[in-house]
Structure formats: C-alpha cells, structure tokens
Write a protein of this length. Structure first.
Length: 314
C-alpha cells in the first residue's frame, strides 16, 4: 500500500534528515523505498514462515511520553506496516517503549500485520510469568510472536515457562538475546543445549565477532537470527563522517551509509532480520530500503570490511 499523503508530507518535511543520509530531496519521489520493489524476506528455520529482513528496534527512542514524540512514532509504525515491514523488537526494560508500542499499534490497528518481539529479564519462575503477563497487557495482544530471554537472565527457568506457553499457543516463537561479547561463550552453550527458534545478537561492520562464531552456529542449529546494534548505536555513521559512498556500492544497490551498514549484515546468509533503532520517518525509509534489491556477496563483503578498516576512526 502506498504511503498516505500525510506520511508523504512528513517525509518531505524530513528532507533535511534525508539529505544528511545522502538522499537529496528531489530523489524522494524515486528513492528505492518508495519505488515499491518487494522487500526481501527470509524464512524462520523452525517453521518456514518468511519475514522481511529489516525490522525496527525500540530501545531508548521509544521511551517517550510527550504527545509530539508519540505522534512521530505513530507515523513511523504506520508507515512501516504500509511499506510491508513486520518485525518490531521491544522489551519491558526499555522504559516506556513496550507500553508505547502497544498503545500506538492499537491506535493504528495494524497488530495483525506486525510480528511483535519482546523479552523477559528477571530472576525466578513467578517473576518471569508476572513480567511476561504484563507484556501481553502492555502490547494489547493475546499472542506474542517472539518472546526472548533478555541477556540470558535466568535463562533455563524462563525457557521452561516459554516452552509451556509455546505449546499452549500464547507465544509463537522463543529465543534468547545478548549484546555482549563477554556472554558469547555462555550464549553458545545455551544455543547448543536448547531448542530455540531465534537468537538475537550484536553484529555490525564495526563489530564482526558474532559473524565468526555465533552466526555459523545458528545456521547449524537451524535458528533464526535477529541482529541488534547494527549501527553500533550510531557510531558507524561517525566513523564514515561526511565521506561519499564508494562508487562500487551501486553493485549491491546501496543508496546511503545506512543501507551500506545494513546490507553488509544482510549479506551474511545466517541473518534473518536486522533491527535498527528507528524512530524517524527519514530513517525508516532509508532502513527499509536496505531490504530491497541486491545484497553484497562474500567478495563484496570483504571489500566492505577492508574499506571500513581503512577509515581513521574505525
Ligand atoms: N541485549 C539485547 O537484547 C539488545 C541489546 C541492544 C539492542 N537491542 C535491540 O536492538 C535494537 C537496535 O539497537 P539500538 O537501537 O540500540 O542501536 P542501533 O540500531 O545500532 O543504532 C540506532 C541509532 O542509529 C541512528 N539511526 C537509525 N537509522 C539511521 C539511518 N538510516 N541513518 C542514520 N542514523 C540512523 C538513530 O539515531 P537517532 O538517535 O537520531 O534516532 C539511532 O539512535 C534496539 O532498539 C533493541 O530493540 C537488543
């Protein structure tokens, strides 16, 4: 479904942000996200269900209460659905973010077209149940698409509840998350010991450790992979500064630095979906654009690494 006139006006109003992204205002009408080529999708190994490869992360930027900020996020979430996006990742530990996602999705009325992922992060069986029940209430839903044990906190106990809830149809998929290298060993042990539908891990052009060990293990174990911190919380943009994109980025249909960073991640065959923190319309269009057309192959990805490593600030 095309963007509404109101959304287009907001995009146009955000032209300054798009210019900063490397998109000129006059390119808006023809830029890749608006052109309507289909979003790339990947299958969740445990079910075969396909999801678009770019989602939305909600840490920090969705922890808001002011009406103007809520209005902006409502437009982003509505446009995300219209563009064909599905996966929204949140957590009870992101301040008001989970509440905000639940309220806005209810107001927009697009719950059924989205894939809602949240987390549990607490010690003890009953505390886990209480926190997850609260997530159902906050998200205004009877079924959560993906429930993840956040940063491995009390992982075995929370997973045992989640297995029961998955069997009862309350959660569709279960998984575990981390964003810390120091947890990778324990994370791998959990991946080997447990049957998981999803893992979520930090991986980016500037932080490639998971690509060597976690992502291949996920492929071996038949686990879907969500990638968090794809922009290293924005630090990757600082590393490239105001440099132009290398000319060879057109070989994989890359129109901005954001797409360069996301397409690097999506070029890894074990990755199912990347979840950049996305709270602005300009960023949404840019990020969703990374889910269109060609991705870099192994050789092109090596070139991207060499390029990034050669930057003074990298
Ligand atoms: N352990 C875990 O489970 C865990 C840990 C960390 C993160 N996560 C999940 O992963 C998601 C992503 O991580 P993150 O949000 O912390 O960091 P991130 O995605 O690496 O970076 C987000 C930042 O990049 C900027 N940005 C987004 N799109 C852009 C674009 N197209 N061009 C230029 N700048 C852009 C935004 O800047 P502005 O500040 O201007 O909006 C935002 O602050 C989180 O939101 C959360 O859902 C999970």
């Amino acid at each position: 479904m095309p963007l509404t006139r109101r959304e287009m006006l907001r995009v146009t109003a955000g032209a300054g942000a798009l210019t900063a992204l490397g998109l000129r205002p006059r390119e808006l009408a023809t830029s890749a996200p608006l052109r309507g080529s289909p979003l790339l999708e990947r299958a969740i190994p445990s079910s075969g269900e396909k999801i678009p490869v770019v989602g939305i992360g909600t840490a920090r930027r969705y922890d808001v209460a002011a009406p103007a900020e809520l209005d902006a996020l409502r437009e982003v979430l509505a446009a995300f659905g219209r563009l064909g996006g599905k996966l929204v990742d949140t957590a009870p530990s992101y301040g008001r973010a989970e509440v905000v996602v639940g309220e806005l999705v209810r107001e927009i009325g697009n719950r059924e077209s989205l894939f809602l992922a949240t987390k549990v992060r607490t010690e003890g069986r009953q505390a886990g149940i209480d926190q997850m029940e609260e997530s159902f209430r906050r998200l205004h839903t009877e079924r959560i698409d993906l429930m993840q044990v956040h940063n491995l906190v009390d992982v075995e106990r929370q997973l045992s509840t989640l297995r029961e809830w998955k069997a009862a149809g309350r959660v569709r998929y279960l998984g575990v998350t981390t964003s810390f290298h120091r947890q990778f060993e324990a994370f791998e042990a959990v991946m080997r010991a447990e049957e998981l539908d999803f893992i979520q891990v930090n991986y980016s052009l500037g932080d490639r450790v998971a690509g060597e060990r976690i992502l291949p293990l996920a492929a071996d174990r038949g686990m879907a992979v969500l990638v968090n911190l794809p922009y290293a919380r924005g630090r990757l943009f600082q590393a490239v500064g105001d440099r132009p994109l290398p000319a060879w980025a057109v070989e994989f249909d890359c129109e901005s630095w954001g797409q360069f960073f996301l397409k690097f991640i999506l070029g890894h065959p074990a990755v199912t979906c990347v979840i950049p923190g996305t709270a602005k319309m300009g960023y949404l269009l840019d990020n969703v654009g990374a889910a269109r057309r060609r991705l870099p192959d192994a050789e092109q990805r090596r070139r991207m690494v060499d390029f990034f490593e050669s930057l003074p600030g990298a």
